[in-house]
Design a protein around this ligand. Structure first.
Ligand code: BGC
Length: 266
């Protein structure tokens, strides 16, 4: 079985590195034309677009701060002016600004909620408006459009020292499920992915050296995840192979959310 996203356009936010970059690469290799959104790292985003084009695919890099409404509008306008349509949104942009709660500044709270939650709302709203304007595209996909929200295991696992991040991901879960309930009848599919510890820049410290050994105690499957573990699931969720999957959060965490501390009988 081969997954093909030929003839479809995917927009990936936060795609200059980490999970977003791996997903953009995987979507392109499945045949989708890809818009690589970045916030401040133009260079790696342009390089990724060039790499995809060199391999025979189609891609552009577009800068935008997705927590800002006008910039999101511009990002979608540029997507449409280059590719004429949109079929898949991977709302992936996310960041951490960790601090004990008594020391967490309002600015850091607002930044994290702004990017991780409000940004996902703004991008999902823009994508939904576009899907509805386009209508069904028979022969391209069984769905009118697909949205994949990047969440985290911390949509359910409380995380001391990361209240802003955990709250944002809890919000993403409820945003995703509510949108799925609201737009399902239009044949627009909305799902999310909830990764655990994946080797990317966001958790570089935790996935190396002694810290990694400690982290592995939390992962029954015994390894840290790779960005490709998540990217492969993105491609599947974007494809017709998952056409009956709707309103679901796919946990990709090597078992991190299985209460690993109970392995030895509690
Ligand atoms: C965070 C990572 C963390 C992982 C598991 C992710 O959502 O971004 O920093 O390692 O959850 O705790």
């Amino acid at each position: 079985m081969r997954i093909s996203l030929q003839g479809q356009v995917a927009l990936v936010t936060g795609a200059s590195s980490g999970l977003g970059a791996a997903a953009a690469r995987a979507l392109a290799s499945a045949g989708a034309s890809v818009v690589i959104n970045y916030h401040s790292q133009a260079e790696p985003a342009e390089a990724l677009a060039a790499e995809i084009v060199a391999e025979g695919g189609q891609a552009i890099a577009v800068g935008a701060d997705i927590s800002q409404e006008d910039q999101v509008e511009r990002l979608f306008a540029q997507t449409l002016s280059r590719f004429g349509q949109l079929d898949i949104l991977l709302a992936n942009s996310g960041l951490q600004k960790d601090a004990p709660i008594t020391e967490m500044s309002l600015a850091d709270w607002n930044t994290v909620i702004g990017v991780n939650l409000t940004g996902q709302f703004l991008c999902a709203r823009a994508a939904l408006r576009q899907f509805i304007a386009q209508g069904m595209r028979p022969g391209v996909s069984k769905a009118m459009g697909k949205i994949i929200h990047m969440s985290s295991v911390h949509q359910v696992i409380p995380w001391a020292g990361h209240a802003n991040y955990a709250a944002s991901k809890g919000g993403v879960d409820m945003l995703m499920r509510t949108l799925a309930q609201e737009v399902g009848e239009l044949k627009i599919r909305v799902n999310s992915i909830a990764p655990g510890a994946i080797r990317t820049a966001i958790n570089e410290e935790a996935t190396e050296g002694a810290a990694q050994a400690k982290l592995l105690e939390l992962i029954p499957y015994g390894r840290v995840g790779e960005a490709e573990d998540v990217a492969n699931a993105v491609v599947w969720l974007a494809s017709d192979l998952s056409d009956y999957v709707h309103g679901t959060s796919l946990v990709i965490d090597g078992g991190m959310s299985l209460y690993p501390e109970f392995r030895d009988n509690g």
